[in-house]
Design a protein around this ligand. Structure first.
Ligand SMILES: Cc1cc2nc3c(=O)[nH]c(=O)nc-3n(C[C@H](O)[C@H](O)[C@H](O)COP(=O)(O)OP(=O)(O)OC[C@H]3O[C@@H](n4cnc5c(N)ncnc54)[C@H](O)[C@@H]3O)c2cc1C
Length: 359
């Protein structure tokens, strides 16, 4: 099979790029690795600032139709023991964000591009040919051979293509996340259904996922002593016993579905090569405190689609280096604002989790 673009990775970044390329009439294939495990809903929130981008890309209706609900603000207790109320009422032009149902949104987007998706369930290999094309061997029981001019890494934090190309990552911290789904309760002191609170060894967020469940995620650093306790959800209440409101949400944890993983900030040392591009978390992964991961996945997909058109249709040799440098600049700005945000929490400057932000 010969296509102009081969996309590997089936999350928001890869699928958004596929939809945009299809609209532009650029031949592509999305190689989709089949995963047996049921997806765990993270209950990602999109801020109101993401809505104009979705609207411009004509994707807003897909995200809205499949969202759990609109969000109109959130509360946080960060830097002091006062609850801050962030209301989206003053945002323009959109006065709401979205609590997205990622799996359902992806399902609808994949339906649009299904003719150009190929599943495989084992490994893939890459062969870079001398004349600049790439061949991908996707392995099932047999091997599917796909040849393309441009290869896209949209494999999230796995960075599966970058690993094969031996491109390193710059990792800026060791944040890890542990999430669990718990029965929904409405806190009597909070109006919004998203609440963030910092504590001595990390921070946590609880938000309504749907009518019956809340999702609670605790963030700390790899190696922190609270991690061993957090691996047992029934211990979370003890770990969070000194929090003001977070602990109140953990009333029934016996049946809680649970998942852990990386949530660190990192950037690929190279985000574009002469015939490859990296998108979404694979390009740069953000701290979930920023609520910026999904926006980044969509934004990088949009910018990548423009760079691909320039390269294929206008032989523009600057398009890929420009993409690389734009993304690296964005990541530098993000790092600065992330550090400023963590430095606003000065109550536990000497605690293991917080002290590194003050070194
Ligand atoms: C706890 C937590 C909370 C978060 N909260 C928010 C939030 O509130 N708001 C927000 O905007 N963002 C949030 N994020 C971030 C957001 O989920 C990600 O930034 C976003 O989903 C990244 O999309 P992606 O398509 O780049 O990567 P992914 O969603 O990781 O998709 C990568 C795809 O590649 C596939 N893949 C991986 N390896 C291979 C391989 N070897 N071969 C083939 N395919 C492969 C995977 O199966 C997957 O389909 C949160 C993240 C975490 C961990």
């Amino acid at each position: 099979m010969k296509k102009d673009v081969i996309i590997i990775g089936n999350g928001i970044a890869g699928v958004t790029l596929a939809v945009l390329l299809q609209r532009k009439g650029i031949p592509f294939v999305l190689l989709h690795r089949k995963v047996e495990k049921e997806a765990f809903a993270l209950g990602e929130t999109l801020p109101p600032t993401a809505m104009p981008l979705l609207n411009e890309l004509q994707l807003l209706s897909v995200f809205e139709e499949n969202a759990y609900r609109k969000t109109y603000g959130y509360h946080s207790m960060w830097g002091s023991s006062r609850v801050t109320d962030i209301n989206f009422f003053h945002h323009n032009p959109y006065k709401n964000g979205l609590k997205i149902n990622k799996q359902q949104t992806l399902q609808q987007l994949r339906e649009i591009i299904k003719e150009n998706m190929i599943s495989y369930h084992k490994e893939f290999d890459i062969i870079q040919e001398a004349h600049g094309n790439t061949v991908v061997l996707a392995k099932n029981e047999g091997v599917k051979i796909v040849q393309g001019k441009i290869l896209i890494d949209a494999t999230g934090r796995n960075r599966a293509i970058l690993q094969k190309l031996n491109v390193k990552s710059n990792v800026h911290d060791e944040l890890v996340a542990l999430s669990c789904h718990i029965p929904k309760i409405k806190h009597p002191k909070l109006t919004h259904e998203v609440y963030v609170e910092s504590f001595k060894e990390g921070w946590g967020i609880v938000s309504a996922l749907n009518e019956i469940e809340n999702i609670c995620t605790i963030f700390t650093h790899k190696g922190n002593e609270i991690l061993s306790k957090l691996k047992d959800v029934s211990q979370w209440k003890i770990v969070l016993s000194e929090t003001m409101y977070l602990k109140d949400f953990l009333q029934e944890t016996n049946q809680a579905k649970f998942k852990g993983g990386n949530a660190n900030s990192s950037v690929a040392a190279q985000i574009a090569g002469s015939n490859w591009l990296v998108l979404g978390d694979a390009a740069m992964s953000f701290d979930p405190l920023s609520s910026h991961g999904i926006t980044n996945a969509i934004y990088t997909a949009a910018k990548a689609s423009e760079a691909i058109v320039k390269k294929l249709n206008f032989a523009d040799t600057e398009a890929f280096p420009e993409y690389d440098s734009t993304m690296k600049t964005i990541f530098q700005q993000y790092l600065q604002s992330k550090n400023n945000l963590y430095q606003q929490e000065t109550r536990w400057k000497d605690a293991t989790f917080w002290k590194q932000f003050f070194m």
